[in-house]
Design a protein around this ligand. Structure first.
Ligand code: RP5
Length: 168
């Protein structure tokens, strides 16, 4: 079967972010969303960040997920150059363990929005789900898969609750 063209662009500021972002890629796979992964740095490769964001719509992307740590400018820089929704995932890298990254994503100036997820693995998973929710507004099949995902998640919690109550 031919590989489907990516509709989500996952950009990491460094390859050191990739281990945590595996959670995002796994979640995108599970939801059946084709994606691409790039290492692009707002500070170390600013021209590439500019090119990537300004060409993203033309290449068929619907959402960009940007993960970065420390002084995390990546999501904001990408958002500055596209009208696609940009979802930021703060990485817990560096001595401030993500506090710095979360603040830079939360404190975007008016006119350049970035959707800021939680720090680390939970944020990585949520970025994939959030991207899916955006795309699902015009994709009924994906909306159905998301609904199944949420039901399965609730079932798992209920099973744990029942097991605990059986133990007494
Ligand atoms: C950020 O700085 C990256 O997103 C990464 O989280 C952090 C450290 O990068 P490396 O020094 O490990 O490449 O730009």
């Amino acid at each position: 079967m031919a590989k489907r063209a990516p509709i989500v662009g996952v950009v990491v500021g460094s390859d050191s972010d990739l281990a945590v972002m595996q959670r995002c890629l796994k979640q995108l796979d599970e939801l059946g969303i084709p994606y691409e992964v790039r290492v692009i740095s707002a500070h170390r490769t600013p021209a590439a960040a500019d090119r990537y964001a300004s060409g993203a719509i033309k290449r068929g992307l619907k959402v960009i997920i940007a993960a970065a740590g420390m002084s995390a400018a990546l999501s904001g820089v990408l958002a500055a150059r596209t009208t696609l929704p940009v979802i930021g995932v703060p990485m817990a890298s560096g001595p401030l363990a993500g506090t710095d990254a979360v603040l830079s994503m939360l404190q975007m100036p008016s006119g350049v929005p970035v959707g800021c997820m939680s720090v680390g693995e939970a944020g990585a998973a949520n970025a994939a789900i959030y991207a899916a929710e955006i795309i699902a507004t015009s994709d009924a099949k994906l909306a159905a898969r998301l609904s199944q995902f949420k039901k399965a998640q609730a079932r798992k919690v209920n099973q744990k609750d029942s097991a605990l109550r059986r133990k007494g």
